[in-house]
Design a protein around this ligand. Structure first.
Ligand code: C2E
Ligand code: CA
Ligand code: CA
Ligand code: CA
Length: 281
């Protein structure tokens, strides 16, 4: 599957052995999907470990393929990045998420500080119109920029670092929060990361998985939380699936947590219900 890179288009006909053909079909499909807006955003709750209540939601895109059903972003985002289609898709996700947050906040006045987190591919940051597009979305959706969080994966931050740093600073001037995603999976040096204006560090789920139930070991999570603290950043643990992990993260004073223990990513119609009925964790 070398020609396909990271994206394996599993849902396609397995008899279609010719990978180049398959990739071309995926590209064509994706292009059409952008035109027809075949995407849907799911929302996964993020829980404050101080209040035990929801503090925000992460927007996670899916592709509603007319023949193949719901397709995971891990299958089409890499191809979207290679073909440049990622820009249109990601701006659409950002707009949808901001519109949706405004709808929820207008519906319920106690949700004024609810945040929305959107993953932006680092490729978007080399587009000269990105800031103007973000400004336009903020204006049109009337979202409070302080409620918007942008997640960028650590492993790709090294690319084009000076230009990226400048845009990140401009986002910070707008009070948008910056989340370093998948922390610990990349190779950036700590002193280098320190020079970027991130507010939040998201601990990759592989570290959370290694907090084993019957072993003493907390693995690297305490060390990563120490790094966040020393950098003046708050921390989110992702991939939390067990009450054991939750208890340990609370003990370690981790600020936020996210994972199947609390909720899977939800269709937008289910979010207000979750907010009303979820327990205090
Ligand atoms: P990510 O940003 O690291 O998102 C976390 C992924 O872990 C999500 O997968 C989420 O559904 C999954 N997850 C959450 N809690 C748990 C848990 O407790 N256990 C396990 N095993 N998994 C959990 P998803 O939705 O398939 O997204 C995969 C990746 O696709 C994301 O990883 C992100 O890098 C990318 N992605 C998703 N939406 C967008 C988007 O709008 N734009 C861009 N550029 N990338 C996106
Ligand atoms: Ca993320
Ligand atoms: Ca992540
Ligand atoms: Ca990830």
């Amino acid at each position: 599957a070398k020609a396909l890179g990271k994206a394996r288009y599993h849902v396609f006909n397995p008899e279609m052995h010719h990978e180049a053909t398959q990739l071309l079909e995926l590209e064509n499909d994706l292009r059409r999907a952008v035109e027809r807006q075949e995407f849907i955003v799911y929302y996964q709750p993020i829980i404050s470990l101080v209040t035990g209540k929801i503090s925000g939601l992460e927007a996670l895109v899916r592709w509603q393929h007319p023949n193949h059903g719901l397709i995971s972003p891990t299958e089409f985002i890499p191809v979207a990045e290679e073909t440049g289609l990622i820009h249109a898709i990601n701006i659409w996700v950002l707009r949808s998420a901001c519109e949706q947050l405004t709808i929820w906040q207008n519906h319920n006045s106690t949700l004024k500080s609810l945040t929305i987190s959107v993953n932006l591919s680092v490729r978007l940051f080399s587009h000269p119109k990105l800031l103007a597009q973000i400004d336009q979305i903020i204006q049109e959706t009337k979202i409070n920029p302080a409620c918007l969080e942008i997640e960028i994966t650590e492993s790709v931050i090294m690319e084009n670092s000076q230009a990226l740093k400048k845009i990140l600073e401009q986002l910070r001037e707008r009070k948008i929060k910056l989340v370093m995603d998948d922390f610990g999976t990349g190779y950036s040096s700590l002193s280098y990361l320190y020079s970027f204006p991130f507010n939040v560090l998201k601990i990759d789920q592989s570290f959370v998985k290694r907090m084993h139930e019957n072993e003493e070991s907390m693995g690297l999570v305490p060390a990563v939380l120490g790094i966040a603290k020393s950098m003046g950043m708050s921390a989110i643990a992702e991939g939390v699936e067990t009450t054991f992990q939750l208890a340990q993260l609370k003990n370690l004073n981790c600020n936020f947590a996210q994972g199947y223990l609390f909720s899977r990513p939800l269709q937008p119609e289910l979010v207000l219900d979750f907010i009303t009925n979820s327990p205090q964790w």
